[in-house]
Design a protein around this ligand. Sequence first.
Ligand code: GTB
Length: 245
Amino acid sequence: MLVKMLIFRAAVGNGLRRSSYDRIKESEPTMTITITAFERSPDKGQGLARDTRVRWALEEVGQPYEVRLVSFAAMKEPAHLALHPFGQIPTYEEEGLDLFETGAIVFHIAERHAGLLPNDPAARARAITWMFAAVNTVEPPILELANAKILEGGKPWSKERLPLVKDRVRDRLKQLSVRLGDADWLDGAFSAGDLMMVSVLLRLKPSGILSEYPNLAAYVARGEARPAYKRAFAAQLAVNTRPTD
Ligand code: GTB
């Protein structure tokens, strides 16, 4: 595998055409991929924990994977901290490579396997841009809203602050809604950029804010309707609804 990675880097470095890279990708042997997920997600299987986006990416590219379930306590133990310095899920392991951060994991999957990034270099760069926009620009206000509700809901100032936080989410959604317009996906065919953006937007579903932007609500629904998403969702649901030991 190391050799193949080096070949890929060399191909890119030498400016070889994309078809060379594709041939390398096609010849990639199947390897064991292991991700981590909550032993029990606090959302009880709504698919909001971030392992879902990694499962989804793996399903889109047809890569089988294994899941190691971790408790909140185990996430803070040295063994898990060696994989994830911040003691979180998900992580990603394949032979010779450990990764954390869903943006990096999904990007890695998309780079290694066909199906999530276009071959055309410019379209590929734009799809990657949308991945960054999802985690750097759209996700922060959405997380802020989740924190305002979950962590700060009991504070005396929370009620006054909440509308401001919601409006920051709306500002971003309005802009995204304008850009998406009546297109199915953000830039041509479905890509890792859409996978990340839909995953980020899904967190808003329980708030009702998403439905204020019908084209975004439809965009998220299109993502959820993808067979790969359905398989990913079902897999995490099975974990989170299994009988307790
Ligand atoms: N930036 C990192 C990434 O994208 O990989 C963030 C990873 C992260 O936040 N992981 C969370 C975690 O491990 C789980 S997904 N938290 C435990 C900890 O920090 O100790 C976030 C999440 C958790 C729960 C819900 N929920 O129940 O609705 C939704 C999302």
